[in-house]
Design a protein around this ligand. Structure first.
Ligand code: GAP
Length: 453
């Protein structure tokens, strides 16, 4: 069973230190969230799983970490200055402002008035000043997608790695959009993270690669604990496609507020490299691009046999980290009935995503002998470098188990007085609540087994 409402997730996130409203101390800033001690671990684990699948498990993808501040030229030629806008409607009665697609029956969602303006485009990019003089000219944008700097680095990566087509460049990082109506917790925010792969392919093979990535990305989400039945595919209608796309398949997920996009897989054709390259007229670019008079680099691929130059096509799987975190929390959230009419809340996260991999708990708080033994076990487990291992020296074993159920810790290791005599401990499994006695020397292997993806 997934979470019943978004409120239940929001409440768990705040209570247990996953996610907080940003700037809350001063009343909060809309559309911004901070990840707390457990949230940052979960988010890092998700990003690591993506990086592993995209870069380490494949032999045709390289990584990149580019700057967030982006030259206006990049976003001028990419088409974002002209077209990266949401249609916006003002309510003349209550002066509120809405995305046109948020309106139902052409009525203001706040006061129900029908006295609305016609939709006007509102550019979603944030600008900031570069350098000490604010003369309106020396500005940069905060990137609205991580993708653009992958395209501008295409030749750098190609030259330094000698790759052949097809190959990809992967990047994880922040993106910024001045969303008109941020909403649904971390689903639509103004500052968020993306995990993007730009996969460069021989033109003509792009449609097969689109199919490949749509399948592969669904498989990956299922590996992260998302139920296959919660995922649906949606092919964007022609008139709703982004300015760069020939075809986009959205991987939709049943969030608590409804079925919405978790990840988009787009066929960006040769639009982006074709837009940023110099010598456009020599390159037989197939998509409609703006004439580039500023680029100093040829973004094309030379065929080793014919020596001819060609602009590769690009297939892009682009996933939101925050939407991923939300989907995974929603999938993992379970309320179980226990004997005696009691309930327990358990976050059944896949172990590789769990913020705390194991909690080591001395049965009695501050007991020197138990604490010493528990500390040794914690250090040995921590040294395996599998993620965070917590020493839980707070007494009350039952409460500790409940707390670790709620935050998704897959394994609790309890050190009791018998441990001091025979070097055994109790392992308690989060999902089954089963407890078994094992020698201390086997604990590391038990944790390692649990974490194999
Ligand atoms: N480079 C392509 C691109 O940016 P997109 O569909 O606009 O495409 C990709 O964004 C993914 O980024 C989305 O599927 C979503 O997961 C995430 N995303 C987009 N806007 C977001 C927002 N305002 N808040 C949180 N995540 C967002």
């Amino acid at each position: 069973m997934t979470a019943k409402t978004m409120d239940e997730l929001v409440s768990l996130c705040k209570r247990r230190g996953f996610i907080y409203q940003s700037n809350e101390l001063y009343g909060g800033l809309r559309g911004l969230y901070d990840y707390g001690p457990l949230g940052v671990e979960l988010k890092n684990n998700l990003k690591q799983a993506w990086w592993r699948a995209m870069v380490y498990d494949r032999d045709d993808v390289e990584g990149l970490d580019s700057s967030i501040l982006t030259s206006p030229k990049v976003l001028q030629y990419s088409g974002h200055e002209d077209t990266f806008a949401d249609p916006l409607v003002d309510c003349r009665s209550c002066k509120s402002r809405w995305r046109a697609d948020d309106l139902k029956d052409h009525k203001c969602p706040s006061c129900n008035s029908e006295d609305l303006t016609e939709p006007r485009p509102f550019n979603l990019m944030f600008k900031t000043n570069i350098g000490p003089v604010d003369d309106g000219k020396s500005f940069a944008y905060l990137r609205p997608e991580t993708a653009q700097q992958i395209f501008t680095n295409f030749k750098n990566v190609l030259d330094s790695t000698s790759r052949n087509l097809p190959f990809g460049i992967a990047q994880i990082g922040k993106a910024f959009r001045n969303e008109v109506t941020p909403k649904n917790f971390i689903f639509r925010t103004r500052e968020f993270e993306q995990m993007e792969l730009e996969f460069f392919v021989v033109p003509g093979t792009d449609e097969q690669w689109l199919d490949f990535w749509v399948k592969d990305r669904q498989r990956w989400w299922v590996e992260q604990g998302v139920n296959q039945s919660s995922l649906k595919l949606h092919k964007a209608e022609k008139e709703k496609l982004s300015h760069y796309s020939k075809a986009t398949i959205d991987i939709m997920y049943g969030f608590p507020h409804g079925l919405e996009e978790l990840e988009g897989v787009a066929n960006r054709t040769d639009f982006d490299l074709g837009s940023h390259t110099k010598e456009q007229s020599e390159l037989n670019i197939k998509s409609k691009v703006k004439k580039n008079t500023d680029s100093g680099t040829r973004l094309a691929f030379q065929d080793k046999q014919t020596n001819g130059w060609e602009v590769p096509y690009v297939v892009e799987p682009s996933a939101g980290v925050d939407r991923g975190v939300l989907a995974i929390l929603n999938e993992a959230y379970k309320v179980e009935e226990l004997e005696g009419g009691k309930e327990r809340l358990v976050l059944a996260l896949k172990p590789h995503l769990a913020p705390i991999k194991a909690a080591v708990i001395p049965l009695k708080r501050n007991h020197a002998g138990l604490l010493e033994e528990a500390t040794k076990i914690k250090e040995a487990l921590q040294n395996l470098q599998l993620g965070r291992v917590l020493l839980e020296n707070s007494g009350n074993i039952g409460k500790n188990y409940r707390r670790h159920d709620e935050v998704g810790t897959p394994l609790c290791v309890t050190v009791d007085f018998q441990s001091l005599e025979d070097q055994t401990v109790t392992l308690r499994d989060r999902d089954t609540m089963d407890q078994r006695r094992v020698p201390v020397s086997e604990v590391a292997a038990c944790l390692q087994d649990l974490l194999i993806v």
